[in-house]
Structures are given as structure tokens and as C-alpha cells.
Design a protein around this ligand. Structure first.
Ligand SMILES: Cc1ncc(COP(=O)(O)O)c(C=O)c1O
Length: 388
């Protein structure tokens, strides 16, 4: 079936499936074999789990390709596997990379610890508009990398402008689309070259799996696949099964995440004791107009800064009952955390504050529970902490 023409709920449920007609089951079976007698399949390679070409791996990969509108996709062992294989697919010793500064902390660690060791230079740009990113481009620059909405401040970068700049300057454009998911944002439609995901988050959606994914053109995928195979970034067959199952409800879940986050953002924006709410769906958000142009939903993530001492913020977190204090995001259960002591804990306090990540900034992943229950929980915790 030609899934690209069908609706996105249909693509979530059916695209990529590898049904076993011999027994007639309606789900892709978990193929446990690590050795296959069949003839060469993907890219002429024999089936082998590390080559990422066994049916259980191909099913969620093709589902993602159908959702992102990509020629090719691959599922990998983690979001960091997706990020590292994509960056190393396009960069080599002596090359230079331009990035948005406001990125997931693990990506920063990869730059510092790995790119530097490999002799790859990079520049992080605080204001990630196309002109500022372009100003950092040198004759050695090969790629530009962004994350929008960004973690944890939900900053919005103009996809069309950055992709056009990259095309003009001959750069490969890469985006971490984890926060939006392909349901809310399809960067390839805006001419981006490579989309990476932490599939641990919305793609799987049930907080029970660590995985990643890349979606891109066939030509670029050859280089990404080569890195993933050589570095052994395989996603095991059982996790592929879970990922494919999770993705079947991605569009359904994202609709609920979007609605819940919007309701929570509106509640917090009207609540005393909340200094600022970062959510691209609010008209007050600086990236709102751009987000409206490039996103079909504003997502399930928001962050907000409490107008109180760190101790009161701690009490607020302790008093949450429905929302669980945990790192990670994008699951059906509502999660909250302080980026200052989690994702950004390795930064100096000064650098963190300069980025806008204060001690009382709360990152909030609105789950799929009832919005009224999430809001009531937030309200009672704010009251209990005396934040008003
Ligand atoms: C935006 C973003 N990208 C990438 C990653 C890394 O993903 P993983 O932990 O699956 O390697 C994370 C993890 O939190 C993330 O939030």
C-alpha cells in the first residue's frame, strides 16, 4: 500500500508493518534471529541486526519515514545514537559545525567530549535566527544543527529561513525534532536535510524504552547507516517491537498532549507566583507567530519559572501528587523536573543563568491524563508551597 498518500492516523497504525501472512497475525512479529538465510535485502546487505535491516527494525523505521515524509529512516539504540551517527555522517576531521546554543545537554556533552577529540570544530550561537547562524559559518563549516522547540526553554527557530540559508551556503541542515514529533512538525517539508529523534520520548510515548531515529534522503541515509553500523548503534528486536507499538498511537497521543499543555500553560499564565510561562502556543511567546507557521500543534512540553526562593520551588515539586518528578519526557504520564539539577546540572551556574535556566525553572511534560486533574494538581502544589 502507498502510505504516503494516506492520513497520519492511518500511517501511524499501518505504515511499515511487516505482517506474517503464514500465520495471519495482525502485528509485526518479533524476529529474534540474529542469522538469516534469506537473500540480500536493504541496500544489498544480508539481513543482520547490526545492519539494521531485520523486519522488526524496518517496520518502525518505515513508519517514521512515512510520518516525516522522508525517503528513508532508521531506528537506533538511543537519541544520542541518532545524533552522533548523523553528525559523524556529514563531518570529518578539520570540518566545522554551527549550532544553536539552546540544545539538549547531552548534545552539548557530545560536542565537547567527542567532536573536539575528533578534530571537528564547532560554534554555538545564542540567538538561533538564520542570520546569526550564518554569521558563524566559516569556509570549513559543513553543517548547521538546531533544535526547535528547544529544551528546556521552548525557543522557536524559523525552519524555512535556516534551511534556505543552509542550502545557499552548501551546508547540511540537521534538526532534533524530539519535542515536536512528526505529528506537530515536519522539517523535511521546510527543506531540512536530516531529522533526528530521541524516540525514547514521544515516538514510543510510554516511558519504557530508550531508542532513537533518523529520517532523511536515501543519499544521506547511506552515510548515517554506515556510521550506525560501524559504531554498533543497533536497536534490539524487542525494543523495535515496543517502538512500533507505541508509534501506532502517536497521532492520538499528540492531540491529547497538545491540548493538555495548552490548558496547563493558560492556567499557569494566569496564576500569581508564576513569573513566566514558556509555551509556543501562548500568544505572548516570542516564537508564537513562527510556531504557528511551521507547527501543526504546539506540543506537550512547557516550562515555567516560579517567582519564589529555591526552597519554596522544592516544596512545590515535593507536593505534586499526579505529576511525577522525573527526567525524560513525552510519555503518557505527566512529568516535571528542575533543569538546573538535571539536564543542565553539569553547566556552571553563571553559564546556566546566562542561558535563561534559573534555579526555579520547572520543565513540564504534560501527559495524557485529564487536563483538569493536571491543573488541580499544580494548583494544590503551588498553594501548599505558598507560591502566590
Ligand atoms: C531533545 C532531546 N534530544 C535528544 C535526547 C537524547 O535522547 P536519548 O536519551 O534517547 O539518547 C534527549 C534526551 O532527553 C532530548 O531531550
Amino acid at each position: 500500500m502507498e502510505y504516503a498518500r494516506l492520513g497520519e492516523h492511518t500511517r501511524c497504525v499501518r505504515a511499515g508493518e511487516r505482517l506474517d501472512r503464514t500465520v495471519g497475525g495482525v502485528t509485526t512479529p518479533i524476529h529474534t534471529a540474529a542469522a538469516y538465510m534469506a537473500a540480500p535485502d536493504v541496500d544489498g546487505a544480508y539481513r543482520y541486526p547490526r545492519y539494521n535491516n531485520i523486519p522488526t527494525q524496518l517496520a518502525p523505521a518505515e513508519k517514521l519515514a512515512a510520518l516525516e515524509g522522508a525517503e528513508a529512516a532508521i531506528v537506533l539504540a538511543s537519541g544520542m545514537a541518532a545524533i552522533s551517527s548523523s553528525l559523524l555522517a556529514v563531518l570529518g576531521a578539520g570540518d566545522h559545525l554551527v549550532l544553536q546554543a539552546d540544545l539538549y545537554g547531552g548534545t552539548h556533552r557530545f560536542l565537547l567530549a567527542e567532536l573536539t577529540r575528533l578534530g571537528i570544530g564547532y560554534t554555538c550561537v545564542p540567538d538561533a535566527d538564520a542570520a546569526s547562524l550564518e554569521a558563524a559559518v566559516t569556509e570549513k563549516t559543513r553543517a548547521v544543527y538546531i533544535e526547535t522547540p528547544s529544551n528546556p526553554l521552548l525557543r522557536i527557530v524559523d525552519l524555512e529561513a535556516v534551511a534556505a540559508m543552509a542550502r545557499r551556503r552548501g551546508l547540511v541542515s540537521i534538526i532534533d525534532n524530539t519535542f515536536a514529533s512528526p505529528i506537530n512538525q515536519r522539517p523535511l517539508d521546510f527543506d531540512f536535510d536530516i531529522v533526528v529523534h530521541s524516540g525514547t520520548k514521544y515516538l514510543n510515548g510510554h516511558s519504557d524504552l530508550n531508542c532513537g531515529a533518523v529520517a532523511t534522503s536515501r543519499a544521506l541515509m547511506a552515510a548515517v547507516r554506515e556510521r550506525a553500523v560501524n559504531f554498533g548503534q543497533t536497536l534490539n528486536t524487542y525494543d523495535c517491537y515496543l517502538l512500533e507499538r507505541g508509534m501506532k498511537t502517536l497521532a492520538l497521543r499528540m492531540a491529547k498532549h497538545n491540548d493538555n499543555a495548552m490548558a496547563v500553560a493558560r492556567f499557569l499564565a494566569g496564576r500569581k507566583g508564576v513569573a513566566v510561562v514558556h509555551y509556543p502556543g501562548l500568544a505572548t511567546h516570542p516564537g508564537h507567530e513562527t510556531a504557528k507557521r511551521q507547527m501543526r500543534g504546539f506540543g506537550g512540553m512547557l516550562s515555567f519559572e516560579l517567582d519564589c526562593a529555591p526552597q519554596a520551588a522544592r516544596t512545590f515539586m515535593d507536593r505534586l501528587e499526579l505529576a511525577l518528578e522525573a527526567v525524560s519526557l513525552g510519555g503518557v504520564e505527566t512529568l516535571a523536573c528542575f533543569p538546573a539539577v538535571t539536564s543542565h546540572a553539569k553547566m556552571t551556574r553563571e553559564a546556566r543563568l546566562a542561558m535563561g535556566v534559573s534555579d526555579t525553572l520547572v520543565r513540564f511534560s504534560a501527559g495524557c491524563e485529564d487536563a483538569a486533574d493536571i491543573i488541580a494538581d499544580l494548583g494544590q502544589a503551588l498553594d501548599a508551597a505558598g507560591i502566590a
